[in-house]
Design a binder for this molecule. Structure first.
Ligand SMILES: N[C@@H](CCC(=O)N[C@@H](CS)C(=O)NCC(=O)O)C(=O)O
Length: 202
C-alpha cells in the first residue's frame, strides 16, 4: 500500500499513528506529497489532491481519513481502532465527530493564519478561533473521561491539539485547561506519536 502524506498533516498523522499502533506500518510505503501544487505526486492518484490518500494493493485510492482508518482497521485482528459496536458506540462516535470538527476548524484558521494579515477575513478567522476555544473548554470539562487509547476519537483529538500547538493564536491553550494538557501529554508520550512528530518549526 502507498500512503500519500505530508509530515505536517494532522489528518495523515491519525492514520500514520494507527498504522504503527496496529503493526501495519511495514506494509505501507509513505509517499511525501505537496499541497495545492499542480505537480503534486498525489494528483497522479486522486483529483482531490488532498492528503492522506491511501492506494490499496488493489489500486483503490481512498482519500478520506476516516475511510482510510476503517480500511486499515480491517487488515488486522485485535482491538478495533475505529469502534464499530458495543454499548459505548454512539458516545465514541459523537466524541470522534467533535474531535474531527475541532480539527477541521483548526485547519481553517491555520490556513487564514498562513495568509498575509491584510488579506485575512476577520469574520472567518474570529469565528474559527471562537469555535476552537469553545471546543477546548468542552474537552477540558470531559478530559478525565477521555480514554488514553489508540482509537479513532482520542487519536484525532491528540493530533488536532498537536496541530493547534504549531498554529496557535498566540495564547497557550493549556492555560486554564490542566486536565486536557495532562491528557494530551500522555497521548504524545506514545511511541506512535513520537514517530510521527513533524520537524520543529524553524
Ligand atoms: N476531510 C479530509 C481532509 C484532508 C485535508 O484537508 N488535508 C489537508 C492537509 S492537512 C490537505 O490535503 N489540504 C490540501 C488541499 O485542501 O488542497 C480528510 O478527512 O481526510
Amino acid at each position: 500500500m502507498r500512503l500519500y502524506m505530508t509530515a505536517g498533516s494532522p489528518y495523515a498523522r491519525i492514520v500514520r499513528v494507527e498504522a504503527i499502533e496496529l503493526g501495519l506500518a511495514d506494509r505501507i510505503e509513505e509517499v511525501p506529497a505537496t499541497l495545492r501544487d499542480p505537480n503534486s505526486a498525489v494528483l497522479a492518484v486522486s483529483p482531490l489532491g488532498r492528503v492522506p490518500c491511501l492506494v490499496t494493493d488493489d489500486g483503490i485510492a481512498i482519500s478520506d481519513t476516516r475511510s482510510i482508518a476503517e480500511y486499515l482497521d480491517r487488515l488486522h485482528v485485535g482491538p478495533r481502532f475505529v469502534p464499530n459496536g458495543g454499548p459505548d458506540l454512539w458516545q465514541e462516535r459523537a466524541f470522534e465527530a467533535l474531535a474531527m470538527g475541532f480539527l477541521d476548524g483548526c485547519i481553517f484558521y491555520g490556513r487564514e493564519l498562513g495568509r498575509p494579515a491584510d488579506t485575512r477575513s476577520p469574520a472567518i478567522f474570529d469565528g474559527e478561533v471562537a469555535r476552537a476555544k469553545r471546543c477546548l473548554d468542552h474537552f477540558e470539562t470531559i478530559a478525565a473521561s477521555i480514554p488514553q487509547t489508540a482509537t479513532m476519537g482520542p487519536v484525532t483529538l491528540a493530533s488536532a491539539l498537536a496541530y493547534y500547538d504549531r498554529h496557535d493564536t498566540g495564547d497557550d491553550w493549556r492555560t486554564g485547561r490542566p486536565a486536557l494538557a495532562a491528557w494530551h501529554a500522555a497521548m504524545m508520550a506514545r511511541p506512535s506519536f513520537a514517530a510521527t512528530a513533524p520537524a520543529p518549526k524553524a
